[in-house]
Design a protein around this ligand. Structure first.
Ligand code: BG6
Length: 469
């Protein structure tokens, strides 16, 4: 559908960028921080760990000054649960509260709205040792942690995101470290964990509304359009299956508080249904998120799976499994180009994703991740010419404006990532930021910050409120 009159980006649009604690902060064991599952995981061979990352913990003032220079209206970052509660629950660590107080104050001083992710993959290791999300007590720990966050930062933080990409933690639990892949029935366990996370999220949303009536809170899954490999009805059905399992399970639950019927029948069929205790469904039905945040990198295409074991594929680089016998199998979309890491690039899919989410839920949307990972090169005179990133973001912003013109209500765009950080699986050489951090995989060099070409481009976009893409 063409628009002869494009709608403008809304006034007060949250132009910004995103990061997460373990990928940017470093200082992994400083000032009383406890270990998280990320700190204790076996790291992928050949790439760095997260111990120093971008050293943001020690350089946050310099970093915020750069974000202010970029013109950021909002900054999405996550709080490390293990800085606040080193052991997941019990005693609060005052130094952890102090760090985020300082960061939030610095942002506000620079007129940047803090958007806080409460939990971004880094579950406290102490909780993991007690069963992690398989243990219902983790729900209570999350509720207490939420209460502490709202009580300490709620006077200045108006936007809260509960759990980053819960759907990826469940779909790719073995790759992200949510689950021990050697368990006899890992999927059953994962769907039990999923249920506990959903209840924990709903409790946090309710608590937020009680404690901070002016604040807004929402979920932050990774949602993308799922295409059928062809118009063959069986392929379309497979796409419908996968969309329900990958996307709608999480948003139907967050927004309506009910299990998606296709997913529930899939869980029943496979013996994966979780134990639901009395009161859970009530809690889930009364969460009432104020908005939906979502991350988007690429669309996905799937085909019918006739049940052949070869329908399950393992992507080497990200250690992710795609496909499920009899449900769907992965399909390479021949219409899309890929980036250096093999991820399909699909700006139009971004528009369809925005439209799909909005037409299903009619809640305001904010994009909390979208970006291009690349091996950026630092040239002489501190030049990083990431024109490919500018092109990528520009094409996606054009589609965002088209979606806004389609009537989708979007209040912010926070691409991944504000500053270079360590990729979840592929080290520090896979860069996403507007600001280059001078380090190599294993050589920390001077960690100095360098403005990339995309920095100057995005600065212009923000200054013109999206008129100049
Ligand atoms: C998202 C995560 O899944 O994708 C981020 O929320 C992650 O933590 C990002 O870094 C990009 O993925 P990767 O594997 O390239 O770091």
């Amino acid at each position: 559908m063409k628009h002869t009159n494009l709608k403008k980006f809304p006034d007060a649009f949250f132009w910004g960028g995103s990061t997460s604690a373990y990928q940017i902060e470093g200082a992994w064991n400083e000032d009383g921080k406890g270990p998280s599952v990320i700190d204790m995981a076996n790291h992928v061979e050949g790439v760095t760990d997260f111990k120093v990352a971008s050293d943001h913990y020690h350089r946050y003032q310099e970093d915020v000054a750069l974000l202010a220079e970029l013109g950021f209206k909002a900054y999405r970052f996550s709080i490390a649960w293990t800085r606040i509660y080193p052991h997941g629950s019990g005693e609060v660590n005052p130094k952890g509260i102090e760090f985020y107080n300082n960061l939030i104050n610095e942002l506000i001083k620079n007129n940047i709205e803090p958007i806080v992710t409460m939990y971004h993959f880094d579950l406290p290791y102490a909780l993991q040792q007690k069963g992690g999300w398989s243990n219902r007590e983790t729900i209570d720990a999350f509720e207490t942690y939420s209460k502490t966050l709202f009580a300490n930062f709620g006077d200045r933080v108006n936007y809260w995101l509960t759990i980053n990409e819960q759907n990826m933690m469940i779909l790719h639990g073995d790759a992200i470290g949510t689950i021990d892949p050697n368990l006899e029935n890992p999927k059953k366990e994962l769907y039990q964990q999923n249920h506990h996370m959903l209840v924990a999220q709903a409790k946090a949303m309710k608590l937020c509304h009680q404690m901070l009536p002016e604040a807004k809170i929402g979920p932050a899954p990774n949602i993308v359009s799922i295409y059928p490999a062809s118009a063959k009805p069986e392929d379309v059905l497979a796409a419908d299956n996968f969309a329900a399992i990958r996307n709608w399970l999480y948003l139907d639950m967050a927004v309506f508080g009910r299990y998606n019927n296709v997913v529930w029948s899939y869980l029943e069929e496979n013996g994966y249904t979780p134990t639901i205790v009395e009161g859970d469904m009530d809690i889930l039905a009364n969460a009432n998120p104020d908005f939906i945040a979502f991350n988007y990198y690429t669309s996905q295409s799937v085909a019918e799976s006739t049940g052949d074991p070869s329908d399950i594929n393992h992507t080497g680089d990200q250690h992710i499994t795609i496909g499920e016998q009899g449900v769907y199998k992965g399909h390479k979309n021949e219409y899309l180009k890929t980036n250096e890491f093999g991820w399909e690039i699909d700006p139009v899919g971004f528009r369809t994703t925005l439209r799909e989410i909005y037409s299903r839920y009619h809640l305001p949307l904010i994009v909390t991740e979208l970006g291009l990972g690349a091996f950026d090169q630092l040239e002489e005179d501190d030049i990083v010419n990431d024109s490919y990133r500018i092109d990528f973001l520009k094409k996606h912003l054009e589609q965002l404006q088209l979606a806004i013109s389609d009537g989708v209500e979007v209040f912010g765009f926070c691409p991944w990532s504000a500053i270079d950080l360590v990729s979840t699986h592929q080290g520090s050489s896979k860069r996403y930021g507007f600001i280059y951090v001078n380090r190599d995989e294993f050589d920390l060099k001077d960690l100095r910050r360098i403005r990339k070409q995309s920095f100057y481009w995005y600065q212009g976009v923000i200054a013109s409120n999206g008129d100049k893409l």
